[in-house]
Design a protein around this ligand. Sequence first.
Ligand code: G3P
Length: 224
Amino acid sequence: MEIYIDTANIEHIEYAAKLGFVSGVTTNPSLLAKEDPKVDVKKRILEIHSLIGGHLSVEVNSTNCEGMLREAEEIVSWFPEATIKIPMIPEGLMAVYELAKKGIPSNVTLIFSTTQAIAANNAGASYVSLFMGRLDDISSNSSEVLQDICDIWDLHAYSSEIIAASIRHPLHIIEAAKAGAHIATVPYKVIMQSLKHPLTDAGIEAFSKDYEKMLAEKKKIINV
Ligand code: G3P
């Protein structure tokens, strides 16, 4: 399962890119506004693109097909490998269908059910993004929905890739991997949480102390 970072924060993307296991970035209007409501979106997206080099999903803001297609054309003019994030509404599916005909990859976002995921796949989406955290927020079991989607994808050999999104904690990453999601897009904080283990920290502390002891002993021998 690939790991993407779900943010528009430049420092976080820069750091995540150096970690070597983060292969893409997903953004949305809320994430861009969180960084700076006055942000120059084109400039920020191109900056992110130059840092990550891999997958980059950029979301449209229109809610009608024509507007979404116009925005998609503009985003693709910024950098041709862009993946266009399209909301899971009927007009969005129409846009996905048109983008697929032009060979422009799309990532259908705000998916909360298996039927929405199937519709997005069949309309021609390259990626379908299931929002795990927001499902759990309303007491729906996001792991069960994701497992159903992954089973159906296997059964029918569907071509779109399943993204586990709205990841809130490291357990969501594990659940996504167990279900068979292709990608989990993870906020910076959760990426860092997922790398932490108290036994790793304790182990490093013990190794460092023993190394210092060895150095001190060597110094003693040299000074004798
Ligand atoms: O990937 C979707 C994500 O940005 C939404 O996350 O935590 O706002 O539900 P959240």
